[in-house]
Design a protein. Structure first.
Length: 389
């Protein structure tokens, strides 16, 4: 592979590879399918590719894509050919480019068929801001038995990584949306938005100290409105209010906190929620990236990993993300992140964090613009495949 290929730089082009297969096995939650669906759609919309998305978990797919019909083995949605990936795997032909998302292990019969076709085979990895990512991005991995080569493709925050998922026109849509007052979005219809409150969205894992966070919000000196899309934390939120189980459309108040339970939103509706709030709590991978693009301050909770690897991942991200920010502003956000992810809480850190929101807002806008200057992940994938030899 040449240097230009390693860095994703353009050289003389081979004809575009037309058919792409993306394989997605849902481990849990929504990130796996959320990312694969977003990527598939972008490859169709912006690169004119013929994309098949193979997914094994129909329930998660349905949650994310309400128009998805769980009775069908195959269906077209917004230009993407979605197939149910069943244990007995049937396919017509191997694609030109094969994306194995998050080391999901391709079906054996498909891998055998790849030997004759020799497609570009990429393992799309999880996102991390750690330094080693640059070194491993685009590293080849020969198959142990067959004449096949897989390439590791790492998303990331620097030019020498695979970049971040970002659709063309996302910033323009966000800016247009944020200009409008009152904000016209689907969650608004379900909630009575009060002006002059601190608007917060909350999407996190149930092991986070949610009760303590809600208590700190309730004790705030000024009003806080917290929007919670329906998720696995609803029981904890209900228990905080000592109430019947909360349901979509419910509103509860304690002290200076008002909570609105929203439906699980569409991906674009969720973007609008992030764009509308002054502070967003996000998790996993895809909502984390969307929070960055929202250009609003956020608290990211990484997916829990053994031996506290997620805390290393978090520290690496904060190191990169907070670079250039005055320490007096950066420190409350760093402390909040690390404490929240370690499942501890101190009410004081909520006060300190909210006191620094104006400075954090400027920084969030700056970082979104700076990262938005880099080529996005879909474009980098396409360029890499065009130059692959
Ligand atoms: O759901 P997540 O925790 O996903 C994961 C999984 O744990 C997965 O196994 C792991 O590999 C990955 O993280 C790192 O969090 P994430 O990644 O933010 O995905 C949530 C998706 O759901 C994202 O596409 C945004 C979307 N979403 C909506 O569309 N509507 C909503 O209302 C909300 C709250 C989220």
């Amino acid at each position: 592979m040449t240097d230009a290929q390693m860095t994703g730089q353009k050289t003389a082009r081979r004809p575009s590879r037309q058919r792409w297969d993306i394989f997605c096995r849902v481990v849990d939650n929504f990130g796996d399918i959320g990312i694969c669906w977003r990527l598939a759609k972008q490859l169709v919309d912006e690169h004119g590719l013929d994309v098949r998305l193979w997914v094994d978990d129909l329930i998660s797919t349905k949650r994310l894509l309400p128009e998805f019909d769980m009775t069908l083995l195959r269906q077209q949605i917004r230009g993407v050919d979605i197939h149910h990936w069943q244990s007995e795997f049937r396919f017509d032909a191997v694609a030109d480019v094969v994306i194995e998302a998050f080391a999901c292990e391709l079906p054996e019969n498909y891998v055998l068929a790849m030997v004759a076709k020799q497609p570009v085979w990429l393992n799309l990895e999880y996102l991390s801001a750690e330094n080693w990512v640059e070194e491993y991005h685009l590293k080849p991995s020969p198959h142990p038995r067959l004449a096949l080569n897989k390439t590791f493709f790492f998303p990331g925050f620097t030019e020498h990584t695979g970049g971040l998922l970002r659709e063309r026109g996302l910033f323009a849509a966000r800016d247009e949306f944020q200009k409008q007052q009152p904000l016209p979005n689907e969650f608004r219809q379900n909630s009575n938005i009060v002006s002059n409150t601190l608007k917060v969205s909350l999407f996190c894992y149930p092991h986070a100290p949610i009760h303590d966070l809600l208590a700190a919000m309730a004790a705030s000196l000024s009003p806080v409105q917290c929007f919670i899309p329906e998720s696995s934390i609803l029981g904890i939120v209900s228990a905080f209010f000592g109430d019947q189980p909360l349901a979509v459309g419910d509103t509860r108040t304690r002290g200076n906190l008002t909570v609105n339970i929203l439906p699980f939103l569409s991906q674009s509706g969720y973007d609008e929620l992030l764009w509308s709030c002054d502070l967003n709590f996000v998790r996993g991978e895809d909502s984390w990236i969307r929070a960055i693009w929202a250009a609003r301050p956020f608290v990211w909770l990484p997916y829990h990993q053994a031996e506290d690897t997620h805390l290393v991942k978090l520290a690496a991200f904060l190191e990169r993300y907070l670079e250039g920010l005055d320490d007096a502003v950066a420190e409350p956000l760093r402390t909040f992140h690390m404490t929240w992810a370690a499942e501890r809480f101190d009410p004081d850190m909520w006060k300190k964090l909210t006191a620094k929101l104006p400075g954090l807002q400027d920084h969030a806008a700056h970082q979104a613009n700076a990262l938005g200057q880099q080529a996005d992940l879909a474009a980098k994938l396409v360029i890499f495949c065009e130059n692959f030899s």
